[in-house]
Design a protein around this ligand. Structure first.
Ligand code: NAD
Length: 383
């Protein structure tokens, strides 16, 4: 058997209230000037101030940079890196959802060698300065993954920059309590997509299975409650753990068709990443059942489906997709139809999807006909 990748994140401190240890963790590494890199939404939710207060209590004066933009546009990286240099910081606190954490991760790779972020595509490397990741959404798992997803500012197409892990991830579910219901649902479906794609992907292994299935179990148990009542700390804690576990699962197995769809649609549709990934999940289950029926069966069962023992692969796929659509409706995920998009508009993106290499990690071959079908099937969900 060839060597299998089983990712270990940077150390992670997890649990409600865990933010309180951030200052001490920074100081014990001999650091004294953290720059918080985040966005205006996180500041408006009061989270930036909370982090600054915690650092102050530990005797640390931090500098706040909260101009990160949605989906981390490439042009925004040198601007944030300049702000870090101007602040004379010695470490980064990457605070926010995936957009801000990915901006900060990219910045951490361009402190010593300033230049366009595109220069380091395909060149994995360590951060130039210590970076502490602190997620405020439960979706991307970016706090523990070794990639920063950046959008090309000219084309809106996304690309990944590799980074060899954060110094420390501090995952405090209390920080996610202000996330509005619709973003909670969308980011929760991003977690679902990570777990499903990791479990079904070609590079899966026992560790990604362990983490992927546990993540799905937590999503079923906690996402509906987190959407219903954002202050439900038990639900928020379940979703925070689900998110980090799924991030680790796809770090080994990698994402496939669903995330290829998200990348292909990013330029034309400008919808939240988690929403597109979520909408692509039922089509994936239906299509992947041909190649990995027992995996799709187990996923369907985690979501409460009763799959007959003699079900054909096609039936397993249809049952799993139906169950997933019911779950999406239960958490209030909007449909493409409700957002004003037509089936024809989706199918028109087939060429864009065919250009995405990530689709080739799927357990089935994605030719043009399958790609068009997958896009079309996203419209089968009616909300
Ligand atoms: P996001 O970071 O874009 O945030 C969505 C919105 O929620 C923003 O307006 C933000 O201000 C707000 N928000 C964040 N935390 C909040 C809080 N606690 N209270 C109130 N509002 C809050 O969304 P996301 O889904 O976390 O990240 C999406 C990005 O992550 C995409 O660009 C995607 O490509 C990327 N991504 C990265 C990885 C990775 O491993 N690096 C994995 C998956 C996705």
């Amino acid at each position: 058997m060839a060597a299998q990748k089983m990712s270990q994140a940077a150390m992670m401190m997890f649990g409600a209230g865990s933010l309180s240890i951030l200052g001490e963790q920074i100081k014990m590494r001999g650091l004294s000037r953290p720059v918080i890199i985040t966005d205006k939404g996180v500041t408006a939710a009061g989270v930036s101030a909370k982090v600054q207060n915690v650092l102050k209590e530990a005797g640390l004066e931090s500098v706040l940079y909260d101009d990160c933009l949605s989906d981390a546009p490439s042009d925004s990286i040198p601007v944030a890196a300049d702000a870090f240099r101007a602040a004379k910081g010695d470490c980064i606190v990457a605070l926010g959802g995936g957009s801000s954490i990915d901006t900060a991760k990219a910045v951490s790779r361009t402190i010593l060698n300033p230049g366009p972020i595109t220069d380091i595509i395909g060149k994995p490397g360590a951060p130039d300065v210590p970076i502490f990741t602190v997620p405020t959404t439960s979706g991307t798992g970016s706090e523990v993954t070794t990639v920063a997803v950046i959008s090309n500012s000219e084309t809106s197409k996304k690309f990944g920059v590799s980074i060899t892990g954060a110094t420390l991830a501090v995952v405090d579910p209390e920080l996610t309590m202000g996330v509005p219901p619709v973003i909670t649902a969308q980011t929760g479906m991003d977690v679902t997509a990570h777990a499903v794609e990791a479990i079904c992907g070609r590079n899966r292994n026992r560790m990604s299975d362990l983490r992927g299935f546990e993540s799905l179990r937590l999503i079923v148990a906690h996402l509906p409650a987190a959407v219903k009542d954002g202050t439900d700390i038990v639900a928020r804690t379940g979703m925070s753990l689900a998110s980090s576990l799924a991030g680790l699962a796809f770090s080994d197995s990698t994402t496939s068709l669903g995330h290829a769809i998200s990348q292909a649609l990013a330029a034309a549709f400008h919808l939240h990443h988690g929403l597109i990934c979520g909408l692509a999940t039922p089509p994936q289950l239906e299509l992947f059942a041909e190649a990995v029926p027992e995996r799709v069966r187990r996923i369907a069962e985690v979501f409460g489906a009763d799959v007959p023992l003699d079900a054909t692969n096609e039936e397993i796929g249809k049952i799993a997709a139906k169950k997933m659509r019911e779950f999406m409706a239960a958490v209030g995920l909007p449909s493409l139809g409700q957002l004003g998009y037509t089936r024809e508009q989706l199918i028109a993106q087939t060429d864009m999807l065919m250009a995405e290499r990530m689709k080739d990690i799927s357990p089935i071959e994605i030719n043009e006909e399958v790609a068009a079908r997958a896009l079309s099937m996203m419209c089968d969900y009616e909300g």
